[in-house]
Design a protein around this ligand. Structure first.
Ligand code: DGL
Length: 261
C-alpha cells in the first residue's frame, strides 16, 4: 500500500502548484496527475457539471490504484467533496488545510478570492464560521485570473491592473487573504504588489502539503522510495507540457499521456 502513488487532479494545470510542493516536501512519493484541460475551466461551469467532471476524474485516478487523492482544485472541492468522499474516503482537498492556516493568522478579517463557482458556493464562509464563529469574511470572485494565467500573462501590467480592479475596496477590510484557487500562486507576486505588505497571503498549495504529510504519517503510508510523476491530460499533451513547466517552475521531461474523457 505504501508504494502506491498519490493521485492529484485539477481542471487543468493549476493543480501542478500542488505537485510542485509535494515533490519538494515529499520527494519519495510517486504521483499520478490528471489535468482535465479539455473541459477547463471548471470555475465558470454549473455545479452539476463540476460534480460530474470531478467524479470522472476520481474514477480515472482510482483505476491507477492510488492510495490517496488530492483534489487540487478549489472549484471542484467547493461543490463535489462530499460526493467524492462517498466514493473514496482517502481524499484531501485544498480548502480545509488553508482555512486552518488563515484562522491561525487572522486578527481582523479574512478575505477569500477564487473562481466564480467557488465563491458562489459559499464554502469558505461556511467552513470558517464552523471553525471560528464571529470572524469576518469577505470574498471576491476573480474570473479573469485563470484565463490570464493560462495565457502566461504572469508578470504583466494588464494582469496587475485587473488585480487592482478586483482587490481595491476589498483589501482595506482584511489582514489575511486566502488564494482560493490553485492557479493563483502563479500571480502571487503581482497580488502582493497590489495589496502591500500588511496583508498575509495564504496559499492553498503549501497548506495542503502539510495535511498530506500528516495523513500519510498517521496512516503509515509514507513511501520509503519512489519519486516518479506520471502526467495525464484530456487534451493536447504539448500544450500541457508547455504551460505546465511554468507552473512547476521546471521543465516537464516525462511523457504526458492523453486520455479521452
Ligand atoms: N484551479 C482551479 C481552482 O483551484 C480553477 C480553474 C478553473 O476554473 O477550472 O479553482
Amino acid at each position: 500500500m505504501k508504494e502506491k502513488p498519490i493521485g492529484i487532479f485539477d481542471s487543468g494545470i493549476g493543480g501542478l502548484t500542488v505537485v510542485k510542493e509535494i515533490r519538494r516536501f515529499l520527494p519519495r512519493e510517486d504521483i499520478v496527475y490528471f489535468g482535465d484541460i479539455a473541459r477547463a475551466p471548471y470555475g465558470s461551469k454549473s455545479e452539476n457539471l463540476v460534480v460530474k467532471y470531478s467524479e470522472e476524474a476520481l474514477s480515472f485516478l482510482l483505476k491507477k490504484d492510488v492510495k490517496l487523492v488530492i483534489v487540487a482544485c478549489n472549484t471542484s472541492a467547493s461543490v463535489s467533496i462530499s460526493s467524492l468522499k462517498r466514493i473514496f474516503p482517502n481524499i484531501i482537498d485544498v480548502i480545509d488545510p488553508v482555512i486552518d492556516e488563515a484562522i491561525k493568522l487572522a486578527k481582523k478579517a479574512i478575505g477569500v478570492i477564487g473562481t466564480k463557482r467557488t465563491i458562489l458556493s459559499g464554502i469558505y464562509e461556511k467552513k470558517i464560521k464552523e471553525k471560528k464563529n464571529g470572524i469576518e469574511i469577505f470574498s471576491k470572485a476573480c474570473p479573469l485570473f485563470v484565463p490570464l494565467i493560462e495565457e502566461g500573462w504572469i508578470d504583466n501590467p494588464i494582469t496587475k491592473a485587473i488585480c487592482g480592479e478586483y482587490l481595491y475596496g476589498f483589501i482595506e477590510k482584511i489582514d489575511v487573504l486566502i488564494l482560493g484557487c490553485t492557479h493563483y500562486p502563479l500571480i502571487e507576486k503581482t497580488i502582493k504588489e497590489v495589496i502591500g505588505n500588511e496583508i498575509v497571503l495564504v496559499n492553498s498549495s503549501q497548506a495542503t502539503v502539510s495535511a498530506v504529510k500528516s495523513f500519510l504519517n498517521e496512516n503509515g503510508l509514507l513511501n520509503p522510495g519512489g519519486g516518479k510523476t506520471m502526467f495525464w491530460t484530456s487534451d493536447e499533451p504539448g500544450d500541457f507540457k508547455k504551460l505546465g513547466s511554468l507552473f512547476l517552475q521546471t521543465p516537464i521531461y516525462e511523457n504526458v499521456k492523453r486520455i479521452e474523457m
